[in-house]
Design a protein around this ligand. Structure first.
Ligand code: ZN
Length: 162
């Protein structure tokens, strides 16, 4: 599945890069960064640098580098989404459900929007088929536009009263 951008960001935010990489590499503080021997190529002198503030790593020997997600991909041989899942589990973050993966900036899920649309469609349809409310609409669709009742039902047409 594809994870929403804000979820990936949260996974990165909740991951302590020093603690994560420290499980694979012995890191020593060097100024603002941490230095160790690269886990991705064989070397005697440390050229593998980790920046806790930028949450990035870089090896001056083999030029491997990237985010905590890139690190897990390389270290555990995982695809991007599997690496995100791995880090989410590690951080105790529940994975978003499939439908929630579509949640936009409104915070409303696609499933919820579809449910609301269905409720609205049912309401306007009931209005159309109530002669006291939708008589005028039914006359327009049926007589003026020549739509059969079957067509009106098939396309879920409705009537909005004033
Ligand atoms: Zn390297």
């Amino acid at each position: 599945m594809r994870f929403p951008e804000h979820f990936i960001q949260e996974v990165v935010d909740r991951t302590d890069i020093e603690e994560l990489i420290g499980k694979y590499v012995e890191l020593k503080r060097s100024g603002a960064n941490l230095l160790g021997r690269c886990p991705f190529h064989s070397e005697k002198t440390p050229s593998f640098s980790v920046s806790p503030t930028k949450k990035m790593f870089f090896c001056f020997g083999c030029h491997a580098g990237g985010s905590v997600i890139t690190f897990v991909q390389k270290a555990e041989n995982l695809e991007f989404t599997d690496a995100v899942e791995y880090l989410a589990n590690r951080a105790g973050l529940p994975l978003p459900k499939e439908s929630e993966a579509f949640v936009g900036q409104t915070g409303v899920s696609r499933k919820r929007v579809l449910e609301m649309n269905l409720e609205a469609a049912k309401f306007f349809r009931a209005c159309l088929f109530d002669p006291a409310i939708g008589g005028e609409g039914m006359k327009y669709l049926h007589e003026d536009r020549g739509l059969s009742i079957a067509t009106i039902k098939h396309f879920g047409l409705g009537f909005a009263p004033n």
